[in-house]
Design a protein around this ligand. Structure first.
Ligand code: ADP
Ligand code: ZN
Length: 609
């Protein structure tokens, strides 16, 4: 590895090592605080660029930076990425053989490293603490800092012991980074990591390059095929399902349809899971069909879509899972299919759980908020950000509601028909039967209960089953009706149904969404200009070959965005190659010639045509 020349300021490091031209958001402020030996708490969404916040100070300060990271996959990925940039970084973890470990320990004691990544268990062993004590520690960075909090979904008890490290290095600046901005978590981080006086940097949690879509499900297969074929052919993505069975079935079915799709869930053997995860990371265009057991520790930047085939149980979960798309800042899609049955199933889980009354109440409220996001006639992004305490002044132009606005209409009469039919049938039947009565269908069940005699029999015959389901779904989600799960989903009127039946309040309903008339504005950080697709494909093939030779994921060589820019600008000099976003001096030295050769060949071939 080439010896690093420490460059004197954040801007030159950003340009020469990382190959980027400007800082994003709060990055520079965080870096300057750390360089001034102040500690910091950094809250940025996934893909916001947290790593640079400590990596650049690590390169500018004397001594070594300790990075605490919870997962081996995460640290390996980061270290490989740094090595590709010519940075002296290493990690220590339980996956390494003795020789590799000895070599890292030697580099460590000879002060050859600028960054060392470790899991807390390893870091906090007395032997390691003693070893570190004899070194010059420039900075302590705690990545995924929410792991310290029981409130989060990734609580790791070892993280709460990090105060031991901090006590050993009282004067060393610390930075804690997370993509979870929730208040309890934030407080826990401050307390456990002794960051009471630290500066706080909060970025917007908006992910402008993600396009949000939520559709009603009526048989998901055709819609999913259309989505994958039309919007994301050849792209890598994640499809989340609620159950293991659906995960397996969907993966098999997609495979039959010609996609390279693999399953991932907790019911599989560890070896199979690892194999599928490696394939997803190291190959191009693989679709992972998974339960939410999959995701944490996946740093793959070019996940182009995240699909939910079932409703997530909270907005927090939805935001986190969709956040795995588009880390590289290029356009990506969050696409969800949901139905009333999902809401009922999730309610059941909560009711059947052993959790305390309080926890259940919170879970119901979280589910209500999620359903609210699905049912909103307005901009999804505005509502999503509002939930996290942020205000977006204008509708986003990049969600299904903005792209294909839905109309609301006065649905009072429909609501009255529906509610009174529930009442007349005795509040003992599920949606399907009540709709049969409204439609005037003489089913076996209708006849058995003499429901053809009711005044509401056939009063809704002008509408389809599907339209009635939409009405019932909205009435349940608005709280006029309750589907009693102890009684097989029997519909019951709530208190708020009375004023509707009495004609005292109006009910606004949404009409069926149209297919988008506009296309998204496809916002992204560094929008690549129109590029030569054929050249892009050739560059990608070269990238894959190089990645396989080094046994690293392709994105560690170059990101998609860099290749797209390459296929647009077609650089043929070192200077032009260096100007690409994501190309620093080391990458130019390692890969400039081979990539420019492909560009040259491509140009010559073009001229001969
Ligand atoms: P996070 O850890 O916050 O999810 P990363 O640190 O992995 O995000 O950064 C996300 C992506 O954005 C990475 O590919 C990174 O190289 C890129 N990136 C970060 N900062 C910049 C910048 N200032 N200019 C261009 N790209 C950047
Ligand atoms: Zn919008």
């Amino acid at each position: 590895m080439r010896k690093m020349e420490i460059t004197p300021n954040p801007h030159t490091v950003l340009r020469d090592i990382f190959g980027y031209s400007s800082f994003r958001g709060e990055q520079l402020n965080v870096i300057e605080a750390l360089l001034n030996k102040q500690s910091a708490l950094v809250l940025m969404p996934t893909g916001g660029g947290k790593s640079l916040c400590y990596q650049i100070p690590a390169l500018l300060l004397d001594g070594i930076t300790i990075v605490v990271s919870p997962l081996i996959a995460l640290m390996q990925d980061q270290v490989s990425a740094l090595k590709q940039l010519g940075v002296a970084a290493a990690c220590l973890n339980s996956n390494m053989d003795e020789e590799a470990e000895r070599s890292v320990l030697r580099q460590l004691s000879e002060s050859e490293l600028k960054l060392i990544y470790m899991a807390p268990e390893r870091l906090l062993s007395p032997a390691m603490l003693n070893r570190l004590h004899s070194l010059e520690i420039s900075l302590i960075a705690v990545d995924e800092a929410h792991c310290v909090s029981q409130w989060g979904h990734d609580f790791r008890p070892e993280y709460t012991r990090l105060d031991q490290l901090i006590e050993r290095f009282p004067g060393t600046p610390r930075v804690a980074l997370t993509a979870t901005a929730e208040k309890h978590t934030r407080d826990d981080i401050r307390q456990h990591l002794r960051l009471q006086d630290a500066l706080e940097f909060v970025a917007s949690f908006d992910r402008p390059n993600l396009s949000y879509h939520m559709a009603e499900r009526s048989g998901y297969k055709q819609a999913l095929l259309k989505f994958l074929r039309q919007q994301h052919p050849g792209d890598a993505g994640i499809i989340y399902c609620l159950s293991r069975r659906k995960t397996d079935e969907t993966a098999t079915w997609l495979h039959q349809q010609g996609f390279s799709a693999l399953p991932y869930h907790a019911g599989m053997s560890a070896a199979d899971r690892e194999y599928n995860q490696d394939t997803f990371i190291n190959k191009e265009g693989v679709i992972m069909v998974a339960t939410i057991a999959f995701g944490m520790g996946i740093d793959k930047p070019n996940v182009r879509f995240v699909v939910h085939l079932d409703l997530p149980k909270s907005i927090e979960g939805y935001y986190q899972e969709t956040g795995r798309a588009g880390r590289d800042g290029l356009p990506a899609t969050a696409w969800m299919m949901w139905g009333l049955q999902d809401v009922l199933t999730l309610r059941n889980f909560i009711i059947d759980s052993q959790a305390s009354e309080t926890v259940r109440r919170i879970e119901h409220a979280k589910l209500d908020a999620m359903v609210g996001l699905c049912e909103t006639p307005n901009c999804r992004r505005q509502m999503l950000l509002h939930y996290f305490g942020e205000q977006l002044d204008q509708a986003c132009g990049n969600c299904d509601r903005c792209l294909a606005p839905v109309e609301t209409f006065d649905g009072t009469e429909l609501a009255q028909k529906a509610l009174s039919c529930v009442y007349r049938t005795g509040q003992s039947f599920g949606v399907a039967h009540v709709i049969d009565v409204l439609l005037g269908k003489e089913t076996e069940k209708v006849l058995r209960f003499d429901h053809q005699q009711l005044s509401t029999f056939g009063i809704g015959a002008e509408m389809t089953v599907k339209s009635w389901r939409r009405v019932f779904r909205q009435l349940i989600n608005k709280g006029f009706l309750l589907a009693n799960q102890q009684r097989y989903g029997a519909l019951q009127l709530t208190q708020s149904a009375k004023p509707v039946l009495a004609g005292l309040v109006n009910v606004l309903l949404m009409s069926e969404p149209k297919t988008p008339s506009k296309t998204s504005t496809r916002k992204s950080h560094d929008l690549p200009s129109d590029y030569d697709q054929e050249l892009f494909d050739r560059l990608k093939a070269l990238r894959l070959k190089l990645a396989q030779q080094q046994a690293v994921p392709p994105y560690l060589i170059f990101h998609d965005g860099t290749l797209q820019q390459m296929a647009a600008d077609k650089p043929q000099s070192e200077e032009a190659f260096l100007a690409l976003s994501g190309v620093g001096q080391h990458k130019l030295d390692s890969y400039g010639d081979v990539f420019m050769q492909i560009i040259d060949e491509h140009q010559t071939a073009d001229q001969q045509l």
